[in-house]
Design a protein around this ligand. Structure first.
Ligand SMILES: NC(=O)c1ccc[n+]([C@@H]2O[C@H](COP(=O)([O-])OP(=O)(O)OC[C@H]3O[C@@H](n4cnc5c(N)ncnc54)[C@H](OP(=O)(O)O)[C@@H]3O)[C@@H](O)[C@H]2O)c1
Length: 249
């Protein structure tokens, strides 16, 4: 089993939905898959999954709305109890269309930072007591997703070294910030035996990735799940893609 409990943000569609699909269909499916989304009523595919899999719990969460963290944390507590939360996957993200410098708007920058960089940090902070509790259930100092992990879904577009084409200011800068946040979290949380990494899912055919992307959500997510199984000390604070290949900052 990957973990007893896992929380995924942005589960209404795209990669988040595919993660819930594959995790709930797995032979050793996690005991609790907490699938969060902004509008559960309109997340029809997710609702169908929850009807057929008792371990899928749909919870409302707008990651940009700190007020909604209070009921979320209470709901997670009810679900996971004394076992704590093993894995937080910060998957929800946005990518405004603005590309070149003459198109970028102040609001694009602040909105994208809000959802892609600040929210993953603040959500990890809000859920830290439950994640620490899960980490403390295992003896020794090893790091593994099945123990406790924060997985920040980043993007190769956040890599400064790999930026050969410019533009995309809000998205690139927000994911670079998320990468910097991941590095600090890895230092701050090592003593609590909580593994932290950022993962690039590849360029994937979702609403965000578009139809020309080379990877299907099924391919990307099966790679991500396989990589999650293999994460250890060596990956702590690093930047990897869906298939486990290390990426440059
Ligand atoms: N697809 C790619 O090629 C690609 C490449 C690199 C990285 N990524 C990253 O992978 C992650 C998932 O992307 P995707 O391709 O699945 O995108 P997507 O198909 O556009 O789905 C985005 C998801 O994020 C949710 N979301 C957006 N803002 C939110 C908010 N404020 N609160 C809660 N949920 C919110 C959306 O919910 P609603 O349905 O409510 O809008 C939706 O479930 C993102 O972090 C993205 O940056 C994707």
């Amino acid at each position: 089993m990957l973990a007893r409990s896992i929380l995924i943000t942005g589960s209404s569609r795209g990669l988040g939905l595919e993660l819930v699909k594959q995790l709930s269909a797995a032979n050793s499916s996690p005991g609790h898959i907490i699938a969060t989304c902004r509008n559960p009523d309109s997340a029809l595919e997710l609702k169908k999954l929850a009807e057929t899999h008792q371990n899928v719990h749909i919870t409302r969460l707008d990651v940009g709305d700190e007020e909604s963290y209070i009921p979320l944390v209470a709901h997670v507590e009810e679900i996971v109890g004394s076992s704590g939360l093993n894995i937080l996957i910060n998957n929800a993200g946005i990518s405004p269309k603005s590309t070149r410098i003459n198109m970028v708007k102040w609001k694009h920058m602040t909105d994208t930072f809000h959802v892609n960089a600040i929210a993953p940090l603040m959500l990890a902070k809000a859920l830290l007591p439950q994640i620490k509790r899960a980490a403390s259930q295992m003896d020794g100092g090893c790091l593994a997703a099945k123990r406790a992990a924060i997985i920040n879904i980043s993007s190769i577009l956040g890599s400064i070294e790999e930026n050969k084409e410019g533009g995309l200011y809000p998205y690139r800068a927000s994911k670079a910030a998320l990468n910097a946040i991941t590095k600090s979290q890895c230092i701050d949380l090592r003593n609590f035996n909580i593994l932290v990494t950022c993962l690039h899912p590849g360029w994937v055919q979702t609403d965000m990735g578009g139809k020309s992307a080379p990877l299907t959500p099924v391919e990307s997510v099966s790679g991500i799940i396989n990589t999650l199984h293999n994460l250890n000390e060596e990956h702590h604070g690093g930047f990897y893609q869906y298939d486990g290949q290390k990426l440059p900052w």
